[in-house]
Write a new protein. Structure first.
Length: 225
């Protein structure tokens, strides 16, 4: 939230649009769970971000009154309840210019989430957690690819997504052509970098660094649905 305010500047707008990309699916899923059709949820989410960009609403956020995800959900809930008040402003601003939504992908994700029978708020939190972790994993993958270690990442990353140690260090070492000890070090570095990137991602959405640990706990609690 802090990095996204002041979106009139090019960097601020770029940060804000990145947040739109990160949060569109949690908001889409929230709208669907509130009873809107796929088409309605798509339009509502697109128009909402167009309205946020047009009015620079995030610049009005009080960083001392809640974390970004809570603020965003509150604004979106208010928007859904007062949709008719915004339609004229959206038409003036062109509407639906903030981001595009892959409706097929969105519905596929929503169908999987729906099995859990969560409340709209819980499905928003769970979607937020999965989206954030996905962004962190993508950033970590890009770092390995940029350094020419894509194959190393593919070998090691299973230890991030499938439990504390999905594969033995000896097996990893054989696949990488290194010793068991070297494999252990490589996995440790991967996990440490992943944890650092996760903290950085969360830090961009809170005002006080002391809130980072609370958000990490909230993230994993959301995944325990």
């Amino acid at each position: 939230m802090v990095a996204a305010t002041g979106s009139g500047a090019p960097q601020g707008r770029e940060n804000l649009e990145a947040l739109c990309e990160a949060y569109w699916y949690p908001l889409y899923a929230y709208a669907r769970r509130r009873g809107h059709s796929p088409e309605q949820a798509q339009d509502l989410t697109q128009d909402f971000f167009a309205y946020v960009l047009e009015k620079d609403l995030l610049a009005r956020a009080d960083p001392h009154r809640g974390r970004f995800r809570s603020f965003l959900l509150g604004v979106y809930t208010h928007y859904l309840a007062n949709r008719h008040d915004y339609e004229h402003a959206l038409k003036r601003g062109g509407g639906r210019s903030a981001l595009s939504i892959d409706a097929t992908t969105a519905e596929g994700r929503y169908d999987r989430d729906l099995v859990l029978n969560l409340t709209p708020e819980r499905i928003f939190d769970r979607s937020w957690a999965l989206t954030l972790l996905g962004r962190v994993l993508d950033e970590l993958r890009r770092e390995y690819e940029d350094s020419g270690r894509e194959a190393v990442f593919e070998t090691l990353s299973v230890n991030l997504t499938e439990g504390p140690q999905a594969e033995s260090y000896a097996a990893i070492g054989r696949r990488l052509g290194v010793s068991e000890g070297s494999a252990r070090v490589a996995v440790h570095r991967l996990r440490r970098r992943y944890a650092h990137l996760l903290r950085c991602e969360i830090a961009a959405t809170v005002e006080d660094s002391e809130e980072i640990e609370d958000e990490i706990r909230a993230l994993f609690a959301a995944l325990q649905a």
